[in-house]
Design a protein around this ligand. Structure first.
Ligand SMILES: [Zn+2]
Length: 375
């Protein structure tokens, strides 16, 4: 996540703050100071910080529940619109996904219950001043609103995941996601129209955000479904060129211009992979040091290789994590047999998607297909 910085590290998770969140705080403080009300500025900033503490605890609810199933949460980022916990992966089992999804809102239920004796309302406990009671009442109400908002059965809200998990206990995952996604989109369209009629631009934006989130989730589930049980070799580019370790950038340029290949594995004398020369690194080096530079000085080293029988989604995760535009594919003897690239992955998925649609048309009467894959 760009434009965010780490604030602290707790229970194996980095807590990061996005700079726009600080802008929000500055905006609230400056607005009140400009109106000549320092007390309101302090109150406003303190209140927003408390609300965000509750949102952070909500995200830790997800993170700690996920950890029960051996899933780590590398970071949580706080944005002006809320928190974003980046889980390593989602649990595959619907009942586990249900627990992870519901854990967040349950934290806000717990906070609201804890605050109730100090807030105004039926459980009010008299020994507290009006001023503090006002702040705590607002905080309790925000937590209740967070529960209701998050339980809307639409992606990317927790309610969407809860709904999908319930469906997935009765049908396959891709179909459950398709139903949950279209339900969420219908809710977003109806909510967005109501907000538009009532002149609520903020709610219209949220509706658009929900609509896009549902589409993303459906595409992701489709990817998972199409790539299940596939191996790396299915998406390996096998006709490719490599460079010897003693080549110069001149030779790399020739290879680049002579083909549509962008990234070149660099091989040692025994044919072992020593590194990867990417097109971007090549261009940067050309500008800095010229065409006679040895590729060995420019190539990326420590590029992870993937085995040709590795499961596809595992290799995809390694590719994403590495930040490399391609990964070398090796066989059991450690020999380079090809390249694993995002372009090839999306082509393979397009083909699988088309074949699957053709076979389902032949096998069953026509029904609404899963959402298309983004390319
Ligand atoms: Zn949540």
């Amino acid at each position: 996540m760009r434009w965010s910085f780490k604030v602290f590290h707790v229970a194996g998770t980095d807590v990061r703050i996005h700079v726009t969140f600080l802008l929000l705080l500055a905006f609230i403080a400056l607005g009140s100071f400009a109106a000549g009300d320092a007390a309101a500025a302090i109150y406003g900033v303190a209140f927003v910080c408390l609300v965000f503490l509750c949102v952070l605890l909500h995200e830790f609810g997800h993170a700690l529940a996920a950890r029960r199933y051996g899933i780590r949460t590398p970071d949580i980022t706080m944005l002006p619109i809320g928190g974003l916990a980046r889980l390593e992966r989602m649990p595959d089992n619907p009942s586990e996904e249900l627990v992870v999804a519901i854990a967040g809102p349950l934290v806000n239920v717990a906070i609201a219950l804890l605050l109730s004796p100090f807030a105004s309302g039926p459980f009010h406990f008299a020994g507290i001043g009006r001023e503090e009671a006002g702040l705590l009442t607002n905080l309790r109400n925000v937590n209740l609103a967070l529960v209701l908002f998050n339980l809307i059965p639409a992606f990317p809200m927790d309610g969407g995941r809860v709904f999908r998990a319930f469906l997935a206990m009765r049908m396959d995952y891709a179909r459950a996601t398709a139903i949950a996604a279209s339900t969420g989109q219908s809710i977003a369209v109806i909510g967005g129209l109501l907000a538009l009629v009532n002149g609520q631009p903020m709610l219209v934006l949220i509706a658009i955000f929900i609509f896009a989130g549902a589409q993303n989730e459906a595409a992701f589930a489709q990817l998972k479904h199409l790539s299940a049980s596939l191996r790396v070799q299915a998406a390996t580019v096998t006709s490719f060129q490599s460079l010897p370790l003693d080549a110069t950038l001149n030779e790399a340029i020739e290879a680049l211009l002579a083909s549509s290949q962008h990234d070149f594995p660099v091989l040692g004398p025994a044919g072992d992979v020593r590194g990867l020369l990417t097109r971007d690194d090549l261009i940067v080096a050309l500008r800095k040091t010229g065409a006679d530079t040895p590729v060995a000085e420019v190539m990326r080293v420590n590029v992870p290789s993937v085995h040709h029988t590795m499961l596809f989604d595992r290799a995809l995760a390694i590719l994403q994590e590495s930040g490399c535009p391609a990964l070398p594919v090796v066989d059991s003897a450690g020999r380079l047999v090809g390249l694993f690239t995002p372009e090839n992955v999306s082509e393979l998925l397009l083909v699988r998607n088309a074949l699957e649609r053709a076979s389902s048309r032949r096998a069953a009467p026509p029904r609404a297909g899963p959402p298309p894959l983004p390319v």
